[in-house]
Design a binder for this molecule. Structure first.
Ligand code: S3P
Length: 179
């Protein structure tokens, strides 16, 4: 028996959504969609380029379209970008069309996991900690509003987070989790 509905990962930058999503998809042998990658493929351009040329609004429009497209596919694992919960229509689509897991992470963990990254336009600032704290204040209530399950990822290896999710959803999976 495979997935009965989409399994959707939400949460801030550096929560581990892509790593955990890929690992779950291997363990369930289900398709994995990384929304940021899909946006780049559909645009034929990188996320920094889209932000540069079209602004954040242009990116958000592409993000909503990619999400709607993914939710129309057969049940799969979807890792969203950290701001995907900003638009009310995305929140409605997320919570009604799949099982939504919120991966939470402290600002310190997020900084540690994103420090070398040049691909996240919102973090190309002199003080990414302040940016992350400002985003968290607005977004945490939205993540919590949309999710069906919240998992704290702080100081946990990805495998442990994957095990918690698989245990909760009780879908038949490969016991040998590799991540
Ligand atoms: C963003 C998060 C990024 C990406 C874009 C904007 C955000 O995805 O969608 O840079 O607004 O938090 P990750 O959460 O996968 O880093």
């Amino acid at each position: 028996m495979g997935l009965q509905q989409h399994l959707i990962l939400i949460g801030p930058m550096g929560a581990g959504k892509s790593t955990i999503g890929r690992c779950i998809s291997e363990s369930l042998k289900s398709e994995f969609i990384d929304l940021d990658k899909l946006i780049e493929e559909r645009a034929g351009a990188s996320i920094p380029w889209i932000f540069d040329i079209e602004g954040e609004e242009g990116f958000r429009e592409r993000e909503s379209q990619a999400l709607a497209h993914s939710l129309d596919l057969p049940s799969c694992i979807i890792a969203t970008g950290g701001g995907c919960i900003l638009r009310p229509e995305n929140r409605e689509a997320l919570s009604s069309r799949g099982f939504v897991v919120y991966l939470s992470a402290s600002i310190e963990q997020q900084l540690e996991r994103t420090s070398k990254d040049k691909n996240r336009p919102l973090l190309q600032s002199d003080d990414p900690a302040i940016v992350l704290a400002r985003l968290a204040k607005i977004r945490i209530p939205l993540y919590q509003m949309v999710c069906h399950l919240e998992i704290d990822t702080n100081a946990k290896p990805p495998r442990m987070v994957v095990e918690e999710i698989l245990q909760f959803i009780q879908v038949e999976h490969d016991e040998n989790i590799k991540c």
